[in-house]
Design a protein around this ligand. Structure first.
Ligand code: WT7
Length: 649
C-alpha cells in the first residue's frame, strides 16, 4: 500500500436510469429489504435461510467467535442436490424444464427436473459403486454439457466436494489442482466443441495423470466420439457405468458447514488458491441473490448466464442458484461467434430468454462487431440484463442497455468474487436508479465500505480499498490446506475485516464504483488514478472498441500512462491521426493529468481465460522488459502480435 490513500476522482456520472414502473410494481425485492436487513442483519439472514429445505433445522445463524473462520447456520443439516432437484419434483414441478441445452454444433436437449433427478441419482449410484465416499474430492474437467451438471450434483448428493477445472486449462494446471486437494477420482469427456471443431479433453487429462499416480479412476463421457487413448483399469466410460444404475438414490443430509466445492482461482501471481465453499450458507447466498438481483420468476422466466461452469459464475448462477430456485435456464456449450456473430441473439430469440447475465468483455466484442448484428434478431423477450467480472465501461453499459435491452431492461452491474460465493454489490432492479458503470450499493445484509490506509471510511467522492465489514453466508471458509495464506490474503490488512483486493470509490451520492484490482491502480505525480476510468474514457470514443491502460515507470512523474487500444471494425486503421485524436479526447473528457504518454493501436489484448485483461503483461511491454509468465492467457500468441506491432511502428 502507498501512503497516499485517495484515488483522484476523474469523472462524475450524471446519467441515472430509474427502474421502469411496471418492473418495480412486480419486483421480487422492494426497498424495505434494506431497512429490514439494517435493523436486524442476523434476523435477515435467518429469514433468507427459509429458501432452503433443511433436514435438521439450525440452532445458531452465525458463529463468528473463531475469527476469521465463520460458521453459518450451525447445527443445520441439508443436502444441496436435494434442494436443487428432488424437492422441486416432490412439489409437482417435475415437468418444468431445468435446462435448454444448446450444443455449439446445433444439437439440443431439453432436461426437465424429473430428468435431472433421474440422471443425478444414477450418477450418484455410479460414483458410490466406484468407491467415492463422503469427503472425497472429485475433479471435473468437462465441456459445457448437461453431464457436467449431473456430475457436480452427484458429488453434492454424496457430500464429495467437487473441484471443477475449466476446460481450457492445461495438463499442468489439472495436475496442480488434483495434487493440491488430493483428488483420486476424475470425471471428463472425450472432448467438446469449440469454434466449430472438436477439442480434446481426455487427452489433456491423460497427460496430467502422468504426474498424478494417486488418481484411481477417470470416468469419461462420450461427447464428440473422437478417438481416445485408454488405460485399462483406470478409465471407464460414463455410459457403461452410469446407464445401468438404479434411477433412485436417497440423499443423505450433511452438516451446514460440510464442504460443497473447491474452486481454484489463479489470481495474477503465485500458486492458485483453493477457495473452499460449504453447503448451507452458500446455497442461501446463491438462491437469495438469484431471487433478488435477477428478480427471477421461476414459472415464466428463461434465464441465461452466458459463462462457463468452470468459473464461479457458472457454479453460482448456472447451477446452484437457479436450480435452488427451480428456474429454467439455457446451457450453451460454445463461443459467441460460432458459426456466426449473431449466435447469442439467435439463442435469445429461439428460447425467448428473459434474463441475460454475461461479462463486459463479451459486450465489448459485440460493440466491436457492430449493432447491426443483434438488430437482426427478436430480442423483445429480454426484461433484465446483468454484467459481471470486470468494471463495465459506461459506454459499454449504455450500448448493452440500448442495443441488447432495447432501452427498456434494467441493467445490473454485479460485483463479487470467487471468494464471495455470490453477488455482494449490485442494484436491485425494481428498486435502484442505476448509473452506467456503477455497481451501486451493497445488497441488503452486506456491510461493505471503502477504507483508506489507516482503516478509516473514506468521505464520499473519494477512493480507497473495498472491504466487507461483516461476514456473509456464502463467504469462503478457508483456502484448501492453507489457512495461513487465507488469513494473510484476506484478513491481515485490517483487523476482522475482509479485504477484497479491489480499489473502489464512493461517489457523492454514496454509490460504489469498483475500479479494479489494487495492483492495477496507477500513480502519476502523486495522483492515484484508476485504470478503469481512463479506459472508460477511451472506450467512450466512437472509434474505440477496447482499451487497456497501465502505469509505466517515468523519471519525471513516477508513472506515466500508457494505453493499448483496439479500434472498432468500422474505424479504418488510422495511424497517427487517430492516436492524437484519442489523446486529446482523453485530455478533454477527463483532464490533462489523465492524458496517455503514448497510445498503441493493437489487434488484440492479453486476457485470461475468464476474459480479464492482464495489465501486468502490458506493463512489461511498456517498460521494455521481457514479458512475464503467459501461461494463464487465453491466447498466448496475442503478446507476440503486440510486440511485433510495436517493433514495426
Ligand atoms: C474480481 C473477482 C465473481 C464472478 C467473476 C469474477 C472483478 C468482478 C466486477 C464488477 C468491477 C468486478 C474484481 C473482483 N470484478 N465483478 N461488477 N465490477 N469489477 O470472479 O475471477 O474471482 O474475480 O473481478 O476485480 O475482485 P473472480
Amino acid at each position: 500500500m502507498t501512503n497516499n490513500p485517495t484515488i483522484t476522482e476523474l469523472s462524475h456520472e450524471d446519467r441515472t436510469f430509474p427502474p421502469p414502473e411496471e418492473f418495480a410494481a412486480n419486483a421480487n425485492a422492494t426497498a424495505e429489504e434494506y431497512d429490514k436487513a439494517a435493523a436486524d442483519r442476523i434476523g435477515y439472514w435467518e429469514e433468507q435461510a427459509k429458501r432452503i429445505t433443511w433436514d435438521t433445522p439450525f440452532d445458531t445463524v452465525l458463529d463468528w467467535s473463531d475469527k476469521p473462520n465463520a460458521q453459518w447456520y450451525v447445527g443445520g443439516k441439508l443436502n444441496a442436490a436435494y434442494n436443487c432437484v428432488d424437492r422441486h419434483v416432490e412439489n409437482g414441478l417435475g415437468d418444468r424444464v431445468a435446462y435448454y441445452f444448446e450444443g455449439e454444433s446445433g444439437d439440443t436437449r431439453t432436461i426437465t427436473y424429473s430428468d435431472l433427478l433421474r440422471e443425478v441419482s444414477k450418477a450418484a449410484n455410479a460414483l458410490t459403486e466406484l468407491g467415492v465416499k463422503t469427503g472425497d474430492r472429485v475433479a471435473i474437467y468437462m465441456p459445457m454439457i448437461p453431464e457436467t451438471v449431473f456430475a457436480m450434483l452427484a458429488c453434492a448428493r454424496l457430500g464429495a466436494p467437487h473441484t471443477v477445472i475449466f476446460g481450457g486449462f492445461s495438463a499442468s494446471a489439472i495436475a496442480d489442482r488434483v495434487k493440491d486437494c488430493g483428488v483420486e477420482f476424475v470425471i471428463t469427456s472425450d472432448g467438446g466443441y469449440r469454434k466449430g471443431k472438436p477439442s480434446g479433453l481426455k487427452s489433456v487429462v491423460d497427460e496430467a495423470m502422468v504426474d498424478c499416480p494417486e488418481v484411481r479412476n477417470v470416468l469419461v463421457v462420450r461427447r464428440t466420439g473422437q478417438d481416445v487413448d485408454w488405460k485399462e483399469g483406470r478409465d471407464l466410460w460414463w455410459h457403461d457405468v452410469v446407464d445401468r444404475q438404479s434411477e433412485t438414490h436417497t440423499p443423505e443430509a450433511f452438516d451446514s458447514e460440510h464442504p460443497l466445492y473447491i474452486m481454484y482461482s489463479s489470481g495474477t501471481t503465485g500458486k492458485p488458491k483453493g477457495i473452499l465453499h460449504t453447503t448451507g450458507g452458500y446455497l442461501v447466498g446463491t438462491s437469495f441473490t438469484h431471487w433478488t438481483v435477477f428478480d427471477i420468476k421461476p414459472e415464466s422466466d428463461v434465464y441465461w448466464t452466458a459463462a462457463d461452469i468452470g468459473w464461479v459464475t457458472g457454479h453460482s448462477y448456472i447451477v446452484y442458484g437457479p436450480l435452488a430456485n427451480a428456474t429454467t435456464s439455457v446451457l450453451y456449450e460454445g463461443t459467441p461467434d460460432t458459426p456466426h456473430r449473431g449466435r447469442w441473439w439467435e439463442i435469445v430469440e429461439k428460447y425467448k430468454v428473459s434474463i441475460l447475465y454475461c461479462a463486459p468483455t463479451a459486450i465489448r466484442s459485440f460493440m466491436k462487431w457492430g449493432r447491426d448484428i443483434p438488430a437482426k434478431f427478436d430480442l423483445s423477450s429480454l426484461r433484465l440484463l446483468g454484467s459481471v467480472g470486470e468494471p463495465i465501461n459506461p459506454e459499454a453499459w449504455m450500448w448493452y442497455r440500448e442495443h441488447i435491452g432495447g432501452g427498456r431492461c434494467p441493467v445490473v452491474d454485479t460485483w463479487w468474487q470467487t471468494e464471495n460465493g455470490s453477488i455482494l454489490i449490485s442494484p436491485l432492479p425494481g428498486v435502484t436508479s442505476t448509473k452506467p458503470g456503477s455497481a451501486m450499493r451493497p445488497l441488503p445484509g452486506i456491510v461493505a465500505d471503502v477504507f483508506d490506509d489507516e482503516g478509516r471510511s473514506v468521505e464520499p467522492g473519494n477512493g480507497g480499498y473495498l472491504v466487507i465489514k461483516e461476514p456473509w453466508p456464502s463467504m469462503l471458509r478457508t483456502l484448501w490446506g492453507d489457512e495461513e495464506r487465507f488469513e494473510k490474503t484476506y484478513w491481515s490488512q485490517y483487523p476482522e475485516v475482509y479485504f477484497a483486493g479491489d480499489g473502489a470509490k464512493i461517489d457523492r451520492d454514496g454509490d460504489f464504483w469498483v475500479l479494479g484490482r489494487v495492483d492495477d491502480v496507477l500513480n502519476v505525480s502523486g495522483h492515484r488514478m484508476s485504470t478503469a476510468e481512463i479506459e472508460s474514457a477511451l472506450v467512450a470514443h466512437p472509434k474505440v472498441a477496447e482499451a487497456a491502460v497501465v502505469g509505466a515507470r517515468d523519471e519525471m512523474t513516477g508513472q506515466a500512462i500508457e494505453a493499448f487500444v483496439i479500434l472498432r471494425e468500422s474505424a479504418a486503421d488510422g495511424g497517427d491521426d487517430v492516436v492524437s485524436e484519442l489523446r486529446s479526447h482523453v485530455r478533454s473528457s477527463i483532464g490533462p493529468i489523465a492524458t496517455p504518454r503514448s497510445i498503441m493501436l493493437v489487434p488484440d489484448l492479453p486476457k485470461t481465460r475468464s476474459g480479464k485483461i492482464m495489465r501486468r503483461l502490458l506493463k512489461d511491454v511498456a517498460e521494455n522488459r521481457e514479458v512475464g509468465d503467459v501461461t494463464t492467457l487465453a491466447d498466448s500468441s496475442v503478446m507476440d502480435l503486440i510486440q511485433k506491432g510495436i517493433a514495426e511502428s
